[in-house]
Design a protein around this ligand. Sequence first.
Ligand SMILES: *Cc1c(COP(=O)(O)O)cnc(C)c1O
Length: 370
Amino acid sequence: MEAKKVFNFGAGPAKLPQSVLLQAQKELLDYNGLGISVLEMSHRTADFSQILNSTEALLRELLKIPENYKVLFLQGGGSGQFSAVPLNLIGLKEGRCADYIVTGAWSSKAAKEAEKYGNVNVVHPKLDKYTCIPDRSSWTLDPSASYVYYCCNETVHGVEFNFIPDTKDVILVSDMSSNFLSREVDVSKFGLIYAGAQKNVGCAGVTVVIVRQDLLGKALKECPIVFDYQVQAANNSLYNTPPCYSIYIMKLVLEWIKSSGGTEAMEKLSKQKSSLIYDLIDSSNGFYSCPLDVECRSRVNVPFHIGSEDCNEALEKLFLDGASKRGMISLKGHRSVGGIRASLYNAVTLEETRALAAYMNEFLKDHQPQ
Ligand SMILES: *Cc1c(COP(=O)(O)O)cnc(C)c1O
């Protein structure tokens, strides 16, 4: 039976490329002629080693990761890194201080978690709404901080940095879970980058950590050993059983990105897709509205309302019902912000985005005030 056509605009776990799923299906029962599945294979075998090493090599190639960085494949999700980052890095300098830029739900959670391990300085006046990046002139960066932390793309609120903060000599840490490999990044500007796979590069279960080598070995003594970057680096992420199948799926996704033109192509595509939706919102005479400052509008998570911000819940419900009749799913905004959110990750095609835009146009015509 042919599967029905679904347009998945979910925020995560999110859509995977069809070719990746087909490849996984093909190899599910018999990987590489071994007669067993990747799900059943020891992580100490040559075959799994090959999967792990290819995944790392692909990442290094796609992101041009410099040699003095380690690439780790860890468990615990993005949220695990909210703890692992301070546990490994807050002790880099005496005083155990870290600077946090808080622009949405995820960086807010990360800052709260870090408070367990040291002194957290939120570098700007507290925001009452997450719709902007506070002006850089308002930041008070502490030169004695062990690191500066920010979330490159706030998945819930749709705030994305289109610049890399200048932190002088203090190392920079970024959560790139939701825009990882959706654009090129100069890795050398960072001490550490991490990303959970289930948004843009695979399925849940594995989190990539890219960390500058000289930052290893400074973990607090209470750091759980599975989160100790140095231990995981020394063991090629095999200190304990890694999330083998999630790593395998990531490998397939990275191969797909490479064959689709690499990170540069993903960047171009993400601009094209998000512009389609933002242009439509901007030319809708206020029928649709996006609460974000234009400079920090996310290319990958597009939140919007129907009507003004205190919005038209009845119309939004109608919109979502109509969308689901057309097979367009997971467009409901996060429960904390309401409204509508279209996630346009790498695997979401231009055609699918065009279909969403066409539906938005149709809905606008049918419902705009006369
Ligand atoms: C989803 C997400 C997280 C949390 O990931 P979990 O794997 O659920 O812990 C953290 N940061 C960002 C930016 C995210 O999008």
